[in-house]
Write a protein that binds this ligand. Structure first.
Ligand code: FE
Length: 211
């Protein structure tokens, strides 16, 4: 049984970079973008299309649909745990940075959490782009050594007898956590279930709660 407190301030929700550094990067990106447009190497339409895909088509709502399907369909769940890439493709998600997805199931005995200790590998088609804290050195270095402490910083406390497993993503394997279906959701539709699954639940730093 896990509890979750949304009021706990979370140190990882700050970026590694300060505002000045972010501004410098933004200015650089703007310059590169103007040059690419000026030289006719990309079109404004293509750039907008790309931004739109990352903002609207790829995102945690896709992962949430995968989780909800697994909660209502045992056969799908089996396929998902057995070969996540193909099972996820059944729902129409796949492609760049999602070629080899492995799903780890949370149970009353085991809680899974995902990191990329080297950089920021992440399953884009189902979770979108990684949040800044996921890419931060603080998270990457601490979660492998003191996962329970990091979970506590996200407001997640697990019973002492729950085993915490940390999965290190790589260019070859991207992990997704299949959270536990919360109590009191027995009569939820698949759509209603998908609506309560948040990005951080699928990274494993939080657990799904009923709002
Ligand atoms: Fe990485």
């Amino acid at each position: 049984m896990t509890t979750h407190n949304h009021d706990t301030p979370n140190p990882y929700h700050k970026s590694d970079r300060d505002d000045a550094a972010n501004k410098a990067i933004e200015e650089r990106v703007d310059k590169i973008e103007s040059l690419l447009l000026e030289k006719g190497l990309v079109s404004q339409d293509a750039l907008e299309k790309l931004a739109d895909i990352y903002e609207n088509d790829l995102g945690p709502m896709n992962g949430a649909k995968v989780v909800a399907r697994a909660w209502v369909d045992d056969e799908f769940k089996k396929r998902l745990l057995d070969d996540a890439t193909s099972a996820i493709a059944e729902l129409g998600y796949g492609g760049l940075q999602g070629e080899h997805v492995v799903v780890k199931e949370n149970t009353p005995e085991v809680h899974n959490v995902v990191v990329c200790t080297l950089c920021s590998c992440y399953p884009w088609p189902i979770l979108g782009l990684p949040p800044n804290w996921y890419k931060s050195f603080a998270y990457r270095s601490k979660v492998v050594i003191e996962p329970r402490e990091v979970l506590a910083e996200f407001g997640t406390s697990l019973a002492d007898d729950v085993e915490v497993r940390v999965w290190d993503s790589s260019a070859e394997i991207r992990y997704l956590v299949l959270p536990e279906r919360p109590e009191g959701t027995g009569n939820f539709s698949e759509e209603e279930l998908a609506a309560i699954v948040k990005r951080d639940d699928m990274i494993g730093v939080t657990t799904v709660t009923v709002p």
